[in-house]
Design a protein around this ligand. Structure first.
Ligand SMILES: C[S@@+](CC[C@H](N)C(=O)[O-])C[C@H]1O[C@@H](n2cnc3c(N)ncnc32)[C@H](O)[C@@H]1O
Length: 294
């Protein structure tokens, strides 16, 4: 028996699955109903192996009966988060950024080419942040933006490592238009490696930090021009969505934009000081700005 931890009779005890679900919902905001149990158990088997435990029963006991939870929490979170992302995912947001948001924000910055601050608030492995960086770097080259800085944050330490490395399989960067691939992606020197790396002039302007959107406050600037918070709210319940959106809105400068995933809607969570501009894009009015200056 080579891999006892992958045997089909190896499961978390019911009470341990319930305890995992409770910890994840209270700390991360993500619900883990019974329908997710097989997926969760599948993902946790790599932790069973990493810890050298005989199986998921023992893993549950390690977490909840032998005091292992605190040290293991970060890995548990890495295992249960869904990190799907793409370059130029939901491309209309990046067209909006280039054609509407930046020209308007330029006016608000007094007509001068501004120094724009962008925040990718559930960045996963960085594709969203680097996509924004490519769009903005083009605008810098066109003299429409002086400088920009991009912050990417996520709760998962694993994805943040990948985001900082900025190395992606070539197939993964296929959505990047060819001219941008030429300008902003470097081929590996080793022809055996079918990967590319984001060019240093973009990497220098993109930083990644760990942030749990469930935290009561976010230790970041309160004059952000554009916040992308896409495809994460769907995992949260309504009150959590509303609280996260209100906190994010308080970090926007007046006239700044918040973009949500195409399947996410603020219906029912109307955040004071934000108005819908086009579906899933919201703009901060003076009220949100006034709050943000506090
Ligand atoms: C499906 S990915 C979306 C990535 C990107 N925004 C996009 O649209 O392509 C969702 C990300 O949200 C992160 N996430 C989940 N819960 C979170 C929380 N409470 N705080 C911060 N990030 C969280 C996950 O780790 C994951 O990387």
């Amino acid at each position: 028996m080579k891999h006892p931890a992958t045997e089909s009779n190896d499961h978390l005890a019911d009470k341990h699955f319930a305890a995992v679900a409770q910890v994840i919902e209270s700390r991360v905001g993500i619900k883990l109903p019974q329908t997710k149990r097989t997926m969760v158990e599948g993902r946790l088997r790599k932790r069973v192996r990493a810890l050298g435990l005989p199986g998921l029963q023992a893993y549950g006991a390690h977490l909840f009966e032998r005091g292992g939870l605190d040290d293991e929490l970060i890995h548990l979170i890495d295992c249960v988060t869904t990190n799907k992302t793409d370059f130029f995912r939901e491309p209309s947001h990046f067209e909006f950024l280039r054609d509407v948001a930046v020209p308007q924000l330029t006016q608000r910055h007094g007509g001068r080419a501004p120094n724009l601050k962008i925040w990718s608030a559930a960045s996963s492995t960085g594709a969203e942040a680097y996509t924004a960086a490519m769009v903005l770097q083009d605008l810098v080259a066109a003299g429409k933006v002086a400088r920009f800085s991009i912050l990417g944050t996520d709760i998962s330490t694993e994805v943040l490592k990948e985001a900082r490395a900025a190395i992606y399989p070539r197939a993964f960067v296929a959505p990047v238009p060819a001219p941008m691939q030429q300008r902003y992606l470097m081929r590996s020197k080793n022809p055996q490696e079918d990967v590319v790396r984001v060019a240093p002039e973009l990497r220098r302007q993109v930083h990644f930090e760990r942030l749990n959107l469930m935290d009561g406050s976010y230790p970041f600037d309160r004059d952000v021009d554009v916040i992308l918070c896409r495809n994460v709210l769907i995992y949260f319940d309504r009150p959590t969505q509303a609280a996260v959106l209100a906190r994010l809105a308080s970090h926007l400068r007046p006239g700044g934009y918040l973009m949500l995933g195409h399947s996410e809607s603020m219906a029912g969570n109307g955040v004071e000081g934000l108005r819908a501009v086009v579906p899933t894009v919201y703009q901060a009015g003076p009220a949100a700005g006034a709050r943000s200056a506090a």
